[in-house]
Design a protein around this ligand. Structure first.
Ligand SMILES: *Cc1c(COP(=O)(O)O)cnc(C)c1O
Length: 354
């Protein structure tokens, strides 16, 4: 039987997507060729890329609103650099919200390109909350935040209103909840948390914000170059794009973000209720900032660790260990995780208390 996969990333994908992907590796479209041995310029693959790009706009309700969709390589980590390269003006300034390890890494890259104003940080309490009282200076080129802090289990519920451009790393919660996505000027996300396998990074960018920095941008780092070539400037990560397309199709067939949001809320409520009511466990993140994707918790009595670990492993659960910088446990409940798997974990926690 397949394990209940709570891994933080790469992570669970829908079973039917994995089956279709496996079949396409052997024989794609009944053409007697593998998906990964045909030209990325072939009609069949161009169709995959175009379908994936348009599904993104459809699911985010951004059709006809001036956005381009790219499937790039280099992970979200390369976007930490591409964002300032494309948006930070020469002698300009960017504002960043520091809510975790990934935010801190994005700040490090931006500092190489110009002035960075860290408007607030929750580092003082090991990133267990989302700072809320901060001001974004009027003269910033863009404000950057991380919507969901995968490692610490916090999530921004309300995004600041700002006159500067709004940039968001949504790697671990894109397509998981309804938002007005048109409030963002640039969204990026590594595929491997909630959209597909590792190897491609989604970028959704408003066309009109580009080309205004006064910088010379290397081709591979220039969003306008990639947009001009319909996300095919160089060979894309064909397998990762294909599996992302299948996952987006799966989400659309399910009813889109509105439907998955309900399921994600039910999963998170089920688990957080258990964490709060079971005396053996304690949540890590501030209650109001709790992530619906990654729930972090600890045992109130550390000496029970070996016993608890044996209990969830015996129940067929995988990937529950917390990140080394937080310790304890982290249950990642991405879109493809069924409610039943969360119930298995909750049952283990309840039986453990008994
Ligand atoms: C995993 C993660 C990243 C890093 O993604 P890579 O694709 O490995 O570069 C960045 N930001 C967030 C929020 C993440 O969860």
């Amino acid at each position: 039987m397949k394990k209940h996969n709570f891994s933080a990333g790469p992570c669970i994908l829908p079973q039917e997507v994995l089956k279709k992907a496996a079949a396409a590796v052997l024989n794609f479209n009944n053409d007697d060729l593998s998906l990964i041995e045909i030209s990325h310029r072939s009609k069949a693959f161009v169709h995959v890329m175009e379908t994936a790009r348009s599904l993104v706009l459809e699911l985010l309700d951004l059709e006809g609103k001036g956005y381009s969709v790219l499937f790039l390589q280099g992970g979200a980590s390369l976007e930490f650099l591409m964002t300032p390269y494309n948006l930070l003006k020469v002698n300009g300034k960017a504002a960043y919200l520091d809510t975790g390890t990934w935010s801190a890494k994005s700040i490090k890259e931006a500092k190489m390109m110009g002035t960075v104003d860290v408007v607030a940080s929750s580092k003082d309490k090991n990133y267990s909350y989302i700072p809320k009282d901060f001001e974004i200076p009027g003269d910033t080129d863009y404000f950057h935040c991380t919507s969901n802090n995968t490692i610490f289990g916090t999530q921004i519920k309300e995004f600041p209103k700002t006159d500067s451009l709004l940039v968001c790393d949504m790697s671990s919660d894109i397509f998981s909840r309804q938002l007005d996505f048109s409030q963002f000027d640039l969204i990026y996300a590594g595929a491997q948390k909630n959209m597909g396998p590792a190897g491609t990074t989604l970028v959704v960018v408003k066309d009109e914000i580009l080309g205004k920095t006064g910088r010379t941008i290397p081709s591979m780092l220039d969003y306008q170059v990639h947009i001009g070539k319909d996300s095919m400037f160089n060979t894309p990560s064909v397998f990762a794009v294909y599996v992302s397309m299948l996952t987006l199709q799966w989400l659309k067939d399910l009813g889109g973000i509105a439907e998955i949001e309900k399921i994600n809320e039910a999963k998170a409520e089920l688990l957080y209720n258990e964490i709060d009511s079971n005396p053996l466990f304690e949540g890590v993140a501030a209650t109001e900032d709790r992530s619906y994707m990654n729930a972090t918790f600890t045992l109130t009595d550390d000496t029970l660790k070996d016993k608890f670990d044996a209990a969830w492993q015996a129940a067929g659960i995988n990937g529950l260990n917390g990140h080394r910088s937080v310790g304890g446990y982290r249950a990642s409940m991405y879109n493809a995780m069924p409610l039943e798997s969360v119930q298995v974990l909750v049952d283990v926690m309840q039986n453990f208390n008994k």
